[in-house]
Design a binder for this molecule. Sequence first.
Ligand code: ZN
Length: 258
Amino acid sequence: MEVKLIKKSDNEIMFYVNDISVTLANAVRRSSFEIPIIAIDELEIYANDSALFDEVLAHRVGLIPIKPTRDIVMQEQCSCNGKGCSKCQLKLKLEAEGPCWVYASELKGEGKAIYADMPIVWLDKKQKLKFVAIARKGKATKHAKFQAGLVVYKPVAILKSYNTSYVKQHAQEIQQLCPKKALTVNNNKLLLDAEKCDLCLYCTEHSEAGIKIETSDKDFIFYIETYSYLKPEEIFIKALEVLSSNLTELQKQIKKLK
Ligand SMILES: [Zn+2]
């Protein structure tokens, strides 16, 4: 197995993983839904004169990604037996009076909005909004607001064959063919950039160059984009930890069968 970095920034990472099975790649992707993440889960609304119903407002606030000031445990695993306490809950407050747009940055307390400029609601003159938000740790298998980020993969595209004499004569035309600009002609040879190719197969269907593209069944490109407080590489590592811990638990239970 080999891992090679393609690109990395604060909120995204892209890398090759060679020589793994598609089942393992998919198991890691699906395990990312089980990474525990802190999100706003309940609103205690004291005033809401806005045009939004309380339920719509609560749903909207719940989807705002927040960066907590401290870590908490899952409420169902807490020593409070699920009643709710400072070990499993964080509190944030918001108070505003119109006329104004209320933005995510106005959430104050044991966490702050990662994207400060997200608008929550418009308040007209003298309209008030006041609530306490309770954040809890949860998993995306329960609700999308607990999703750490986007984890996707694609098989590496392989250029299998093409008509060499056609490519030689129509080099310019072929380079223009791919919508992702993944094809280049160098010294009369056709080259495919696997990072850019999204396997749309437009080139195979709309050219007389006889281009044949296949997908690898053991080499993949992973792309991870975070929209939570976890770094993109942390999301991948935590997904692996989740997968590993689920397998360990399964192993433990199976051993009990003896
Ligand atoms: Zn608790």
